[in-house]
Write a protein that binds this ligand. Structure first.
Ligand code: 5GP
Length: 122
């Protein structure tokens, strides 16, 4: 699958659609999810055109990968999520119900998140 330049996060990165930004640097942008599932629900995305973790982990530079991972940690810290704890999650591909075809990491925090995820149909 080719990267689709018209996906919603590509449009946010180009400034065509607003977002509630919490962090930005050379390689990474983080912003509040438009439909939060928890009191704190932030999305962290690489600025490069990567569809998925597979795409990112095979094609991104070491600097992009290091910057992205460090940004996830920093954003969670800056959100005050360390004490109570947080969950990071990334949906990749159809079985995971990835809706937006630009790699993103969800950070969930601010309440008890339960244990892991509920299984769908076995
Ligand atoms: P996925 O299911 O692909 O892992 O998650 C996509 C996430 O993007 C969803 O949690 C959804 O609420 C969020 N989202 C979709 N469109 C927008 C948007 O225009 N702005 C923001 N901030 N989040 C969005």
């Amino acid at each position: 699958m080719d990267y689709d330049d018209g996906n919603i996060f590509a449009r946010i990165l180009r400034g065509e659609i607003p977002c509630k930004k919490v962090f930005e640097d050379e390689h990474t942008l983080a912003f509040h999810d438009i439909n939060p599932q928890t009191p704190i629900h932030v999305l962290v995305i690489p600025k490069g055109a990567y569809i998925s973790m597979d795409d990112f982990s095979t094609k991104a530079s070491d600097a992009e990968i290091a910057g992205f991972v460090r940004a996830i940690g920093k954003v969670a810290r800056d959100l005050g999520a360390l004490e109570g704890g947080y969950r990071i999650l990334s949906n990749n591909g159809p079985n995971a119900h990835q809706d937006v075809q630009h790699l993103h990491i969800h950070i969930f925090a601010g309440k008890n998140l339960g244990r892991m995820i509920k299984p769908a149909d076995k």
